[in-house]
Design a protein around this ligand. Structure first.
Ligand SMILES: NC(=O)c1ccc[n+]([C@@H]2O[C@H](COP(=O)([O-])OP(=O)(O)OC[C@H]3O[C@@H](n4cnc5c(N)ncnc54)[C@H](OP(=O)(O)O)[C@@H]3O)[C@@H](O)[C@H]2O)c1
Length: 268
């Protein structure tokens, strides 16, 4: 085990996009970084470990490896994620299980595997959630379910581990230009019902825009790095154009829903 007191981060999904940029920035800041990849990671300027985050044994081994190698973990950045588009009626339950496995079950398994090392460093678990965790739109239901679930589980985890001096932070990005949309899964039964054609046209155009002309990810990378390295990050960090406004709008909508429910119940 290294006696080094250098800060250590484990970042999942570092082959591309936000995860890669976060890992590179942490290296620039002098952190030791372990990044997970599924393909070739030899070109990356940090240590890489092969890990499919849906492989429970590989995740458990990764947690053990980090503990044995560094004896501490200052930040676990649960970044690996996938997208899935399609209306509920055209989605196969297997496709829904796949996205829940990657985006919801795996981050919790990683937290479990890494908590011993996180406790040593009084570290932080940074969960890469999404604006989709509180804002739903058609054909993104499965992705939204995965991020809604991640947020619920993370809030419970936050309460469970705060007395152990381990923090949990949710990053909620709006759209940022990465490969996630083009690499994402589309419903195997896309278009089979013939009922959602105009929604598919809109979503396909949005996915293209996201991959080619979406906002520069730099702002999002800075938010994730800030959450990993600074001790005063709030639990929930929406990031992106008008995203804080979207959260406030959601807050107002929930108050209106509570008012409507109260009035309905009183009318019974
Ligand atoms: N970009 C946005 O607009 C946006 C907005 C909100 C939230 N997010 C979230 O940000 C995170 C990063 O996404 P990104 O936009 O940077 O997309 P990305 O470039 O596609 O990166 C996703 C990463 O996750 C990895 N990954 C996927 N499935 C995996 C698995 N089963 N096991 C291990 N690694 C796996 C990918 O590895 P491979 O190369 O091996 O596939 C890749 O490194 C995701 O959680 C996403 O939901 C992104």
């Amino acid at each position: 085990m290294s006696k080094n007191k250098t800060s250590v981060a484990l970042v999942t999904g570092t082959s591309s996009g936000l995860g890669r940029a976060v890992a590179e920035r942490l290296v620039e800041l002098g952190w030791e970084v372990i990044g997970t990849v599924r393909g070739d990671g030899t070109e990356l300027p940090f240590e890489t470990v092969h890990c499919d985050v849906t492989d429970d044994d590989a995740v458990a081994r990764l947690g053990q490896y980090v503990f044995e190698r560094w004896g501490r973990l200052d930040a676990l950045v649960n970044n690996a994620g996938i997208s899935l588009t399609g209306p509920m009626e055209e989605l196969d339950p297997k496709e829904v299980r796949t996205i829940l496995d990657v985006n919801l079950v795996a981050p919790m398994a990683l937290a479990r595997a890494c908590l011993p090392a996180l406790r040593v460093a009084s570290g932080v678990i940074v969960q890469i959630s999404s604006v989709s965790a509180y804002s739903s739109s058609e054909l993104f239901g499965a992705y939204q379910a995965s991020k809604f679930g991640l947020e619920g589980a993370s809030d419970a985890l936050r309460q469970e581990v705060c007395s152990q001096n381990v923090r949990v932070v949710l990053i909620e990005p709006g759209p940022f230009r990465t490969e996630i949309a083009v690499k994402g899964i589309q419903a195997g039964a896309k278009g089979s019902t013939g009922l959602y054609e105009s929604s598919w046209v809109e979503v396909d155009a949005w996915l293209q825009w996201h991959a080619t002309a979406g906002p520069d990810p730099a702002e999002c990378v800075a938010a994730i790095v800030g959450a990993a390295t600074l001790r005063d990050a709030p639990f929930r960090i929406p990031v992106g154009e008008d995203i804080c406004e979207e959260l406030r709008r959601k807050g107002g909508e929930m108050i209106a829903q509570a008012d409507a429910a109260e009035a309905f119940l009183l009318s019974l």
